[in-house]
Structures are given as structure tokens and as C-alpha cells.
Design a protein around this ligand. Structure first.
Ligand code: SF4
Length: 296
């Protein structure tokens, strides 16, 4: 398994138009948080990664803090990712702010990145924007203190051919920004270079839903996959778990979304993949230990 993902709550008040998730008024019990981490985190290869997910996990800062404590008890070097669109820091406890190894994946550039040097900005690339605007956006993100970016083309969305061509130019513009920054000795990390998944957008791993059910992909949390998520079901926290089928997520994706929407999704994912290959060849987008990205 590649990681452990805890769905601390199925609630979110934002309702972003592009979000495929199914929202339910359901939060994880503290006992499930503890049980899932104790049972599953030790089984992951190092470095162990725990992702705190939702909904909006910061609706339950008590569970966020609890999960960090539980992960530290199992492995003090485990990396804890917190995926949030929360703008203010009010809901973040001091524990989250001070904890080593906690990586915030922020959905908004207004997030106070300077307080979290390991914060990652999710840079959403929707159709319709030009290369200059995208380059300006990532430059503003750098100026706001983000030295780690996760580039996310809008998936499960229609992309016309001209919009896909424009996406290639937008990635070229991002590459020019990375080159410019690198010439100044400022190495921004593109976290996409280190991540793989069997399907675009969704994560493989042990995904523990708020009710304690364990799935092999967070695709199981979407409205569209509701009728097919049984194919991703592995068992429950505290019990034995089945082995995930290697093709399970791809099969559920195929059954859950229209063919033309998936064709566009795989096309833009391929464009992202090409961009990542070019970065690797050019030695860009990674922050080696001796050239760590520095706070702005
Ligand atoms: S879970 Fe995230 S993407 Fe979905 S509606 Fe909430 S903030 Fe938006």
C-alpha cells in the first residue's frame, strides 16, 4: 500500500463546483482514528505517509490533533499531510502549527504559507486561462511564500482541443518561471514529480472512510462512484482487510463517468505527465537536500 488516508469528516461547507465528493453529515469516531493508525500505519513502507482528508478536515481540529499524536506514537518520522481549503489559521491548533513532518496542502494562495515552510499549494488549472495568467499566478504563489506546488489540471471536466493546446503553453510558462527562479538559486519543488496513482486525481492507498470502512482509493468517496464503490471495499478498521485489485480504481472510474469526460481527463493528465518528464530531464522542480527551497 502507498499510504494511509483518513477521512476525518465527510462534511464541507464550501461546495466547490468542481468537487466530485459526496457530502454526508458524518465524522470519524476518535476510536476509529486511533485504531486505523495503530493497525495500518506500521504496515506501510518508510517513509510512512498519513493523509488527513475530508470533506474539510479542519472542521474537526480535535481529530487532526489526535491523528498527529497517534501517528507520532507509531513512527515519529511519519509524514502527516493535511489537505485543506481553510484560509484562516484559527482552526489550526498549536499542535498542527508546531509539528515537524506536518505538510499542509492548501487550496488557497491566501493561506499563510510563511508559517508553514513545508506547505504545498494546490495550483488548480481550469480550462480557459492563458499562459501569461497561469505564470503570473504561480509567481504570486511564490511571492506569497509557497516553495512547493502541486499542479492540478481540472479533471472530470470537458477540455476542448484548443484548451488542451493552451494547457501545454501554460505548462511551458510554468517551466519558464521555474527556470527563472532556479537561476536565482530559488528551487521550487513540484510535488507532482514524486507522486503516482493508478488513476488521475484520486489516491491509491488504505482509505478509511468516516464510518471505518476501508477502500483502496478515495474514488470511493465520490457521488459518481457510489454504485460501484463496493469494488474498492477492503474491509473495516479492526478487522482483516482484502488485498486491493490493481485495476480496481481504473475499472470503477470507467464505470462511473462518461467515456468522453474520461478521454479528456486522461488527455490532460498525459499533458501533465509530459511536463513532469521534461522537468526531470532538465533537473527542475525538485529540491535536493543541498538545494532546499527556501522560504520567500
Ligand atoms: S472537499 Fe475540498 S474541493 Fe470539495 S467542496 Fe470541500 S473544499 Fe471544495
Amino acid at each position: 500500500m502507498r499510504g494511509l488516508i483518513l477521512v476525518l469528516t465527510r462534511r464541507c461547507e464550501r461546495r466547490c463546483g468542481f468537487c466530485p465528493q459526496e457530502f454526508i453529515d458524518s465524522d470519524m469516531d476518535a476510536a476509529v482514528v486511533d485504531g486505523a493508525i495503530a493497525q495500518l500505519l506500521p504496515k506501510l513502507p518508510r517513509p510512512r505517509r498519513l493523509k488527513l482528508f475530508g470533506g474539510e478536515p479542519l472542521l474537526r481540529p480535535d481529530l487532526v490533533a489526535r491523528a498527529i499524536d497517534a501517528a507520532r506514537r507509531v513512527d515519529r518520522d511519519a509524514v502527516v499531510e493535511l489537505s485543506t481549503r481553510e484560509r484562516g489559521l484559527g482552526a489550526l491548533t498549536g499542535k498542527v502549527r508546531g509539528a515537524a513532518g506536518v505538510e499542509i496542502f492548501a487550496g488557497s494562495p491566501r493561506f499563510e504559507a510563511r508559517l508553514f515552510p513545508r506547505a504545498v499549494l494546490n495550483v488548480l488549472l481550469a480550462p480557459g486561462e492563458g499562459a501569461v495568467e497561469t505564470a503570473a499566478r504561480v509567481l504570486r504563489a511564490r511571492a506569497a511564500g509557497f516553495s512547493r506546488w502541486n499542479l492540478l489540471p481540472a479533471y472530470l471536466t470537458r477540455w476542448r482541443r484548443d484548451e488542451r493546446d493552451a494547457l501545454r503553453r501554460r505548462f511551458s510558462g510554468v517551466r519558464l518561471v521555474l527556470e527563472k527562479l532556479a537561476r536565482r538559486g530559488d528551487f521550487v519543488e513540484v510535488v507532482n514529480l514524486k507522486r503516482t496513482s493508478s488513476v488521475p486525481l484520486f489516491n491509491d492507498g488504505w482509505v478509511v472512510d468516516a464510518d471505518g470502512a476501508v477502500y483502496s482509493s478515495n474514488l470511493a468517496l465520490t457521488v459518481a462512484a457510489r454504485a460501484h464503490k463496493r469494488r474498492l471495499y477492503l474491509g473495516r478498521v479492526g478487522g482483516g482487510l482484502e488485498t486491493a485489485s490493481p485495476d480496481g480504481a481504473r475499472e470503477v472510474l470507467r464505470r462511473s463517468f462518461p467515456e468522453d469526460l474520461l478521454a479528456d481527463t486522461f488527455a490532460v493528465d498525459g499533458i501533465l505527465g509530459g511536463f513532469c518528464r521534461e522537468l526531470r530531464e532538465a533537473g527542475l522542480g525538485e529540491a535536493p537536500a543541498d538545494r532546499q527551497a527556501r522560504p520567500c
